[in-house]
Write a protein that binds this ligand. Structure first.
Ligand code: FEO
Length: 394
């Protein structure tokens, strides 16, 4: 029998643990995923969110440990994406008279579109008394779909935050202070960089709406519950959603015969010599979602590709396309585009154009080196880095 876990008196975690999932929308989830749902045993038996459809049995088993699912009277759907609503039809079948609420109008429309189920809409400021507790709803559109909302339970001080503050991290532990905090924070940052990053303005609005709440726990729909490090994760969300950068460099490259690699190494060494921590990443060997983890708070970003068949390398094109889709705000970042070529510098030029279109502050025109970079060419790269740092600090 799978265990439900009591996270606060009469409030139970009843989610699913997806130990072996390694991809979420193409983002690598090396630590697996959890789909968190919460059961509140008040006068009105209430369920906050459900689980991915493939975890319906596990989820229903956990609920059944605490209560007959037919006794559920209220289902709050904070988010309709199927990792949280996939088991909603089963709950609707088991508890056909349960009241189901979702944000209006997006959540109501999305549930109808996905499952053909009509539900009740709620908006920011609405609340529902469930006995000893009253649940309050705050819409948080685009964190991460138009329908997202969070549910606040003031009596327990719990914010059911759905995707916000989540991490893809499968564990039997349910709280931040039971796990390696570095790993939890790393997974929270990777989640933010790959899922939430496009929506900084919306995160800022949500943070403002939640300001002033006396939060004792943030219970997200993925990963562990924040109870001991709430201030830290709120501080991180503040920094990430305002695109704050740190004085560090990320140098991403692909190479065929090591010329672009030599340039990448020279750029990396130049940053390090100038006291800027730098990371050298061969895009062939590092997944694009892991590059985003490194890049999301980097002040300097250098991307390099040789020319292959009149184009940049497909690996670099894939990475830059992925980054463009996440639409980060790059106006405070310095960009460097570089690469080697045999007879046409098209690859490095394409990298430059992509970075310029993403609004990087380009440190120099494209740096394209024919065949093998000479000692003088490499020395010039060092000068470019020194100047880029000086300009950024000016
Ligand atoms: Fe965890 Fe937007 O779904």
């Amino acid at each position: 029998m799978l265990n439900a876990i009591e996270i606060s008196p009469k409030i139970w975690w009843v989610g699913g643990i997806d130990w072996n999932e390694r991809s979420f929308h193409g983002y690598t989830t090396e630590q697996g995923i959890t789909y968190n749902a919460y059961l509140i045993m008040d006068e009105t038996v209430t369920l906050i969110d459900t689980a991915k459809a493939t975890f319906t049995d596990e989820f229903v088993q956990r609920i059944s440990q605490i209560v007959d699912p037919a006794k559920i009277e209220l289902v709050v759907t904070n988010h309709v994406e199927m990792d949280h609503s996939g088991s909603l039809p089963k709950i609707h079948e088991l508890a056909p008279n349960a009241r189901i609420v979702a944000s209006a109008p997006a959540g109501v429309n999305e549930i109808r579109a996905h499952y053909g189920i009509e539900v009740e809409g709620v908006k920011t400021g609405d609340s529902i008394s469930i006995g000893a507790r009253t649940l309050h709803f705050v819409q948080t559109p685009m964190v991460h779909w138009p329908d997202n909302m969070v549910t606040w339970c003031p009596e327990d001080g719990i914010l059911f935050s759905n995707d916000a503050f989540g991490q893809h991290y499968a564990t039997t532990k349910r709280f931040d202070d039971e796990c390696d905090l570095c790993e939890v924070m790393k997974q929270a940052k990777k989640y933010y960089a790959n899922i939430v990053w496009p929506y900084g303005a919306q995160v800022q609005k949500a943070m403002a709406a939640l300001g002033g709440l006396d939060i004792k726990m943030i219970a997200p729909s993925h990963g562990v519950i924040w109870r001991s490090h709430i201030a830290e994760i709120l501080e991180k969300y503040q920094a990430w959603s305002t695109y704050q950068t740190e004085e560090k460099a990320v140098v991403v490259f692909d190479s065929m015969w090591h010329s672009t690699e030599a340039m990448a190494r020279e750029i990396t060494d130049a940053f390090i010599r100038e006291g800027v921590p730098a990371k050298l990443i061969d895009v062939k060997h590092t997944h694009i979602s892991d590059i985003m983890l490194e890049l999301c708070d980097a002040r300097y970003v250098a991307c390099g590709s040789p020319t292959l068949n009149s184009n940049m390398m497909p690996t670099m094109a894939s990475f830059l396309t992925y980054m463009r889709g996440l639409s980060p705000n790059n106006s405070q970042r310095t960009g460097i585009a570089f690469g080697s070529y045999g007879w046409a510098p098209l690859g490095p030029k394409q990298v430059f154009t992509e970075m310029e279109n993403m609004k990087f502050q380009m440190a120099s025109p494209v740096i394209a080196q024919q065949w093998i970079p000479s000692e003088e060419n490499l020395a010039a790269l060092q000068e470019t880095v020194v100047k880029a740092i000086e300009d950024a600090r000016a």
